[in-house]
Each structure stands twice: as C-alpha cells, then as structure tokens.
Design a protein around this ligand. Structure first.
Ligand code: 26W
Length: 834
C-alpha cells in the first residue's frame, strides 16, 4: 500500500498514475517513455483537471443551494503565472504527485517548466488580482474573476546586444489543459451605430441602438482552487468571435462591408494585452476591449442573478462588482443600461442598484495613467453608454451645485475639477468615484495621498466612500510553492497553520535568537542562491558567487521606480573600487529584472545601460569579481518565484509618494530579504511591522517630494556642480565609457537628470537628490551583512513579521468593509489514503 498523504482531493495515487498514462496514450498514441516533456505536462494537466472538476461542480452546487452574496472582480489583467504547481499545492497533492511522477521516471520540476506563464497582465495590478482570487477561494467566498482571454499576453522579452526586443507571447500555441470553453454562455456585445428613441404603449421612452456592429463574447473558465477546502471558484475570461451573418446570396454592398468590418472587429479585439504599465495611451481598441469584456460580464452577472431571483432591484443584496482601477469603469453605465433598457427600471431605481453594486480601487497617482477618453471616440463607439454617462454627469453637477451653491464662489472651480464629462473628455476615475459606493487606495500612505491631494475634492464631497485596503500577496504561491526549503523549515518550527493563517508566522520570532536556527535559515538562503546562480548561468552565461550579497530589483521598468538610481550607484561603486583597489568591499551581485513598455524610450535605454554596465564590470578582472551585474531576461511570475527565494536585499527605491503600494516588497520580505527602500507605498507598513532596525530606509519623504513638486522642483545642477563623485558617474553617461565611445547613446538619460533648459523637467524623480542618502544606505547594508548574526536575525524577523501582508488579510478586509460576502463551507469529506 502506498504511503498515506493528506489531501482534500480524494487523491488516489494509482488512479492518478493510470490517468497520466492513459492521457499520454489517448492524446498522443504514445507510452510515457516515448512522450515529450510537453506531452507529459499535458497529460498531467488533464489528470489534475479531472480531479478539480468534481470539486468545481460541488462548489457551484453549494453556491446554488446557499445563495451567498458574491463578488465579481472585474479586471483587464490577471497575471496568473503557471497553474499546475499552484493547483497541486492548493489541492494539497504536490508531494504525492511529485512522488508518483518519480515512480513514472518523471521529474516534476521539468514538467512544471513546460507550462507557459499565463501572462495576462503587466505587473502589480494584474498579479494582485491573481493573489486575490487565490485568497477568495481559500477563505471560502463566492467570487468570479472577469477578464479577457488575450491571444497574446505580455510580450516575451529578449535581450539582444543589451537592448530589449519584444517577442509575441503565443501562450495558447500548444494548448491549455486547465481551461474550459463555455459556448452556452455566449453574449453579444454591440459597438457603434446610433440610438433611436421611441415611446412604447406604456408611455415609456425606449432607447434602441441601431445599425451597430456586434461581436460574440465566448467565455473560457479557469478553475481557482482554494487551499485544502475543496472550494473551486472561476476565473472567466472572454474570447471574441464573429457572429455568423454572411448570407452569401442576399447582401448588398453596405451589408457586405459591415460584415467584413464585424469580422475584423472580432478578430482584433482580444488579440493582445496592452503592455503599458501606469501609462494611458488612449487607443480606440483599448476602449473596445474594455467595453467588450465588461458588457459580457455584466450581462452574465444580471442574468445569473435573475435565474434564481425575481426582482432585479434587489440585485445588490447578492452581487457586488469590484472595479480593478478605472479600466472596467464602463461597467457603471453598462449596468444602468441593462437595468433601464432591458428590465425597465426608472433612472432612480437603476441608479440605486448601480451605486450599491459598484466599488472602485485606485492603484496609482501617476497623472499619466489617468484614463480620459475623448467624447468623440467614446460616443461614436458606445453611443447609448455615452448618453448614460452624460446623464450621470448632468445629475452630478446638480449635486455639486447643491453642495457648493453659487454664492460660495467656488461652484465653477469645483465643477471644472470634478465633472465626469469636461473639456471634451470623459474622465473614468470621476465616473468610478461618483457611481461607486467605495473608493479605496492600496496602502495607508497611498490612501492618505488620495484623500489629501489627488482626490481631495471628492473626499470632501464623499468622505464616507473612502477607505484603505493595504495590498497583500498569497503565501501559498510565494512561499509554499516558490521556496519549499524555507516553507518546510517554517513548518518544522511552528507547524503549518501559517499556510492559511499567516498571522501565525510571528511564532518564528523566538527563533531569530537561536544560533542554530539562524544557521539553518542562512543555509536555506544559500541553497536558494545556488539555485538562482544556476538559472543565471544557464540563461545569462554569467557566473555569480552565491556567497556574495544578492541585491535585487525586479519589477516593471519605470522612471518613478528608479532602476536608474540603482545602476548609477553601481557605476559609482565601481569607480570607488577602481580608485581605491584596497578598500574594504563585500562582494555584491546586483540583479535586475524588468520589462519596459515597448514605446517607453527612457525605460528601454535604462535596460541598455544596465546591460552595458554589466558588460564592462563583469569582464573587468582587476576588480576580482567584487561586483557582478546581472539582467535577468523576461522577468515574469515563474522566474520571480526563484528570485524572491534567493534574495538578500530587496530594492524598493521608488520616489516617495509615487508607488501606490508595491507587492514585490512583500514577496521579498516573506522570503527573508531585507528591504532597502524609501518611505513609499507599503514599505511604510513593512517597516512598521518589522521595526526600522530590520530594514534600511533612505531618501526624501513623500511630503518633501510633494512640497518640491508644488514649488517647481529643485535644481539638480547644484548637486552636479558640488558632488564630484556624482559628476563623474553622470559624465560616464556621455563620454562613451559604457558605450564603446558612443557619446550619444545614453544622452537622453543624462538629459532627463540634468536638462539645463528648465528645472521643472530635470530629474523629476529626485534621483540625484536622493543619491547620497541611497549610497549611505547601501553602505549600511554592507556593514549589516558583514555582521552575520545581526543579518540572520533581521532576515528571520522579516519572515516572522510578514503576517500582515497576506492577501487573505486584505480580502477579509474587503469582505468586512466593502463586499459583505457570506462564507461558504463545504461538508468535510473523508480523506482517503489509498
Ligand atoms: C491605462 C494604463 C494603465 C495601465 C496599468 C494605468 C495604470 C495601470 C496600473 C494601475 C498600474 C499598476 O499596476 N499599478 C500598481 O498596482 C499595484 C497593485 O495595487 C501596486 O502595488 C503598485 O504600487 C502600482 O504601481
């Protein structure tokens, strides 16, 4: 008899192995020795999906029976990463499957590596959505993720000659064994045309969209497995299909044209994820994508509710929509449209439902990220939706006039700042705030900035809507799956409660004082560094020493995140070592990973700079390998899991006030890295939890930054003129030192820091202003690391104090304060032990 393994899945080892062999045979007419790794991945994927489907059906039946309130998490992005390993973890079947595969002569790591990442997102916002789905299922809340099944996800990044090259991510090229096509839930989505108004027999106005183009939205469901509780929720992503309308015998020229356009619309709409992070490009196709998945999702939500209820006016009792940033905000008007045009609710009735259903999360204060659609485009594409938005705006302006009557003298100013439609534009954030019953930021500091600066006027008008929900991450993926050595070590010491209740991890604190534990901990870190060093050797051909400090900055490339500050500091250190060859220096490996939006010049140039610096420094034998610089190609969820586990230093160095929260910072902390950061986003709360002696903080505060900004910036030339070391580094950008004597290659980076023409454009992100403080902080890191005992203590304390940053806590707060969902428990099944 095989060993007993605790799983919620009625996990039968023999059945699983038979199922894998059977799948290999029927899918590929091969036996397992003949099958490729990819084929075995497919076979394993289907075997696991089979097991999930039973739980999926049971869960959905239970939801039908209990009729709990559910949340629709509406998001343009879900950055799921790989599904296989995560599903096994949450089914509590990982170890059993690993052993079964071993018995079949198969290495589970090799099989996991066959799966392409589901990279349907850019960065933080998309990965947050994925963590939230994991937590919702684990906590037993009914939830749908609603999104788009992009044909091409986030581009794959290749580095050629140090430059980023974007390669299409054809993630569906082979086949996704976990997805389920649900054509029976197809919806029609209408674009363009015009709106006709007529009066029906009851004297009601009837609004009809005419002469429109229509696209079919076909859903694909992905299972979201809760940890150890048998719950399986659904991520529903929509594919676009042309409607069958070619009647070859009966069309005139106009119809033919329209049919071709319709088909093209369907073909284009879900083609590709826009690879912009924090930058709004205003593309027509992007608005089409937004309305496409929102219309389909809202239609489905209303229909689903009405299948088991009879009064749509009470929909808010059972349904809530969370809008993940403003990208899904057309949901507000789409819900109004359906309620009024299809269910004949009055405006006031529809508004009552809508404003009790929709809630909005803000993820950024970067001005260039704000969505403002030109009226011309918006009304042409979505004529009925635009009418509704206009009416919402008209009524909102009446409210403004009531709150700030004309005798106050500020009415016009308020209207100008707050109107939804103004100056030829539709402002999506304003629509989300006015129609939403909740507006939340994603870290305490971020929410305060929203209330006191960015959204001050709205806060004044609707103080009750504003609340904070500090982000979190799932420890199931980012510790249990990503770092099995540390996960096992934690469990050995404090038991496994932390997997579903991360607050328990504080029990680790006492072990920070235990010499043997510290050694065990550092040994695990070392082994994870070896694992990453092997990955770097394989992918970069660079040898790095796992005994050096692994100093890591991985995140999207953006000027406000200041990868440039990091690499300028590396250039400075290199100068120091060259000038003082005998100075004390603890070996350091600087690791970067980042994708730049395809059209973002300075970001792409920063990647080139990092690679150029790497080239020079890594090949300079005179420095004895004291510094290595590595740029990890194609940073994504799957290699992130390796990277966090192996990091000593977590670089979180955004200009204070700019990073809404950050979530990478939490993943590093959970894996025992020390934060080197500014007082920005969730760093503030990280330091609060772990204590400032266990992190290294530097730089301007967010108040100081905002102050400078309100007073026209500062003059970086003062620093350039007075600081010789900084000047030398800056000159190296334009004297060809890192560019084979090409003095122009990095000129725009140089100009972005110093542009002598106007001070307000120069160094917008306070890189030079913070440089010295950063360099000192880096020096502290070195001293800190050399004190092995203190470092190990601090690293363990970082793990032990990470409890707050689980997305389980975040989701519970959303449930308590915003969603008010009912928890569902499945009847416990007996665990089998075949
Ligand atoms: C319209 C273009 C665009 C695209 C993406 C604008 C804005 C975005 C996102 C809101 C950018 C984003 O991912 N923001 C990040 O959200 C994370 C989750 O809350 C935070 O942790 C990050 O600080 C924030 O930058």
């Amino acid at each position: 008899m095989a060993k007993k393994v605790q799983t919620t899945l009625d996990f039968d080892r023999e059945l699983f192995k038979r199922s894998v062999l059977y799948n290999v045979k029927t899918l590929y007419r091969k036996n397992i020795e003949e099958a490729t790794d990819q084929e075995i991945f497919q076979a394993v994927g289907y075997a696991i999906k089979d097991a999930i489907v039973d739980h999926w059906m049971t869960t959905q039946k239970e939801y039908e029976k209990k009729d709990p309130k559910i949340v629709y998490y509406m998001s343009m992005e879900f950055l799921m990463g790989r599904a296989l390993g995560n599903n096994l973890i949450n089914l509590q079947a990982y170890k059993a499957v690993k052993e079964c595969l071993e018995e079949l002569g198969v290495d589970i790591n090799v099989i996991e590596d066959q799966e392409p990442d589901a990279a349907l997102g850019n960065g933080g916002l998309g990965r947050l959505a994925a963590c939230f789905l994991d937590s919702l299922a684990t906590l037993g809340y009914g939830a749908y993720g609603c999104g788009i099944r992009y044909r091409y996800g986030m581009f794959k990044q290749k580095i050629r000659d140090g430059f980023q090259v974007e390669v299409p991510d054809n993630w569906l090229a082979v086949n996704n064994p976990f997805e389920l096509r649900r054509p029976e839930y197809t919806k029609q989505v209408k674009f363009g045309g015009y709106v006709s108004v007529s009066v029906d027999e009851n004297g009601r106005n009837v609004f009809r969209q005419e002469n429109y183009q229509v696209v079919n939205a076909v859903p694909y469901d992905l299972p979201i497995v809760g940890y150890g509780n048998g719950i399986v929720n659904t991520l529903r992503i929509w594919d676009a299909q042309p409607v069958e309308c070619f009647q070859l015998d009966s069309f005139d020229k106009g119809e033919y044209q329209k049919a071709v356009e319709q088909e093209n619309l369907a073909r284009n709409i879900v083609e590709v994820l826009y690879p912009n992070d924090n930058h709004w490009a205003g593309k027509e196709l992007r608005l089409k994508q937004q309305y496409f998945f929102i219309s389909a999702s809202v239609q489905e939500a209303v229909e689903k509710y009405m299948r088991t209820h009879d009064d749509v006016r009470k929909m808010y009792e059972k349904v809530t929509f969370q809008l993940n940033d403003t990208h899904p905000t057309v949901a507000v008007a789409e819900l109004m449209r359906i309620l009024m045009d299809d269910y004949y609710l009055t405006w006031d009735e529809a508004w009552d439902v809508t404003t009790k259903v929709c809630a909005y999360t803000n993820h950024t204060i970067m001005a260039e990220a704000l969505e403002k659609w030109p009226i011309e485009l918006f009304s042409r594409l979505l004529p009925r939706i635009y009418q509704i938005v206009e009416e919402i705006n008209r009524r909102f302006i009446l409210d403004i006039e009531k709150k700030y009557p004309y005798e106050t003298g500020i009415t016009q100013e308020k209207i100008k700042k707050m109107a939804i439609v103004y100056d030829g534009q539709v402002k999506m954030a304003h629509l989300a705030i006015v129609a939403g019953y909740s507006v939340n930021g994603v870290a305490r500091l971020h929410t305060e900035i929203l209330k006191n600066q960015e959204l001050k006027d709205f806060y004044e008008m609707f103080p009750e809507k504003f609340n904070n929900k500090t982000n979190g991450i799932t420890q199931r993926r980012f510790l249990l799956h990503a770092n099995p050595l540390l996960a096992d070590w934690v469990t050995e010491h404090i038991g496994d409660d932390w997997i579903t209740d991360l607050s328990k991890i504080k029990k680790l604190k006492v072990y920070a004082n235990d010499e043997q534990c510290r050694q065990e901990f550092m040994n695990i870190k070392y082994r994870n560094k070896v694992r990453l060093a092997e990955y770097i050797m394989e992918h970069n051909g660079v040898e790095v020493d796992p005994r050096s400090i692994f100093d890591v900055q991985v995140k999207r490339l953006h000027e406000y995140k200041r990868q440039l500050l990091n690499i300028l500091h590396v250039m400075y250190l290199y100068n120091q070592i060259k000038e003082h060859p005998d100075m004390e220096f603890y070996p350091r490996t600087f690791i970067f990973g980042a994708k730049a939006a395809a059209g973002y010049k300075n970001a792409k140039l920063t990647i080139k700079l990092i690679n150029s610096v790497a080239d020079v420094i890594n090949n300079d034998e005179s420095i004895d390998g004291k510094i290595k610089v590595v740029f990890i190609e194609n940073y994504r969820v799957s290699n992130a899991e390796l990277i966090f586990a192996a990091s000593d230093v977590s670089e979180q160095i955004s200009t204070a006030s700019k990073e809404a929260s950050g979530t990478g910072n939490m993943k590093f902390m959970l894996n025992g890295a020390i934060t080197l950061g500014t007082m920005d986003g969730a760093n503030v709360e990280i330091v609060e939890e772990v204590g400032k002696e266990n992190a290294v903080i530097f730089g301007l505060s967010s108040d100081e930054v905002i102050n400078y900004e309100n007073n026209g910036g500062y003059d970086p030339m003062d620093i350039f003129n007075s600081d010789e070391d900084i000047r030398k580094v800056l000159m190296q950008l334009v004297n060809g030192f890192y560019s084979h004597n090409d003095t122009e290659l990095f000129r725009t980076l140089y100009n972005s820091l110093l542009n002598t023409e106007s001070t307000d454009k120069a160094d917008r992100y306070f890189i030079l202003k913070d440089f010295r403080s950063y360099a000192e902080a880096q020096k502290k890191i070195e001293e800190f690391y050399k004190d092995e005992e203190r470092w190990a203590k601090a690293a363990i304390l970082n793990v032990a104090c990470s409890g707050k940053f689980t997305s389980d806590r975040t989701i519970q707060e959303y449930v308590d304060d915003i969603w008010h969902l009912d928890k569902v428990k499945l009847p416990k099944k007996k665990v089998s032990d075949k």
